[in-house]
Ligand binder design. Structure first.
Ligand code: MG
Ligand code: ZN
Length: 215
């Protein structure tokens, strides 16, 4: 396992250098199946494109259902099928990049395989990790899957439109995330209604600007 991670990190470092040269901000988007990662991307594309030049890499075990949803919005997208593999690794992303032109991009979002466990172990050269946790999954998830939340720059608490139908404890989950990772931005949102998403778009715009002209 140590060797696998070392080999992965070497490729991730290469990707990170490439993105720094090109001035592209990259996000590794993670979360459980059904948490709303692709719905978040659809909203984000509708809000940011075409003023932000972005592309998406879609990781899934099988099918190109998510990639088709993104392609429908007219954004460049590359599908990676892991054929049963439960996470993306840096070599897979490196290969997918051959189909994109980094010189044309400001933002690249990599939607990882739906899984709260091992995607957190594999660096993809990303600038930021973004985790989507939906309120229907339960407030116990950050403490049960700590690595995923420890390294997240942003945690989006999705499906807040369903909050009244759950026992999700918003205050407790904020406290748990803060105990693991005091720097994470925690944003309650609904990708169905659009509630709360302005803060996410602003976060992204700021990061894209900073990456293009580093201080
Ligand atoms: Mg998806
Ligand atoms: Zn895995």
């Amino acid at each position: 396992m140590t060797d696998i991670l070392a080999a992965n990190n070497a490729v991730a470092d290469t990707l990170r250098r490439r993105w720094r040269q090109a001035g592209i901000f990259t996000c590794n988007l993670m979360g459980s199946p059904g948490s709303g990662k692709t719905a978040l991307l659809e909203r984000t594309i509708a809000a940011l494109a075409p003023s932000v030049r972005l592309a998406v890499v879609e990781g899934d075990l099988f099918t190109r259902k998510d990639a088709d949803r993104i392609a429908n919005q007219g954004v460049p997208v590359v599908q990676i099928n892991t054929r049963g593999g439960c996470h993306l690794d840096a070599p897979m992303v490196e290969q997918a990049l051959q189909e994109l032109n980094p010189a044309e991009l400001e933002l690249l979002v990599i939607e990882n395989v739906g899984n709260l466990v091992c995607p957190a172990e594999f660096a993809l050269g990303e600038d930021a990790r973004v985790v989507v946790l939906s309120v229907t999954e339960g407030a116990d998830k950050p403490l049960k899957y700590p690595l995923m939340f420890k390294e997240a720059a942003v945690v989006l608490l999705n499906k807040v439109d369903l909050l009244a139908y759950t026992d999700f404890d918003m205050a407790a989950v904020r406290e748990d995330i803060a105990s693991l990772n005091p720097h994470a931005a925690v944003l309650p949102v609904s990708c169905r209604t659009g509630a709360g998403l302005t803060a996410w778009y602003e976060w992204l715009r700021t990061k894209i600007r900073q990456k293009k002209s580093p201080v």
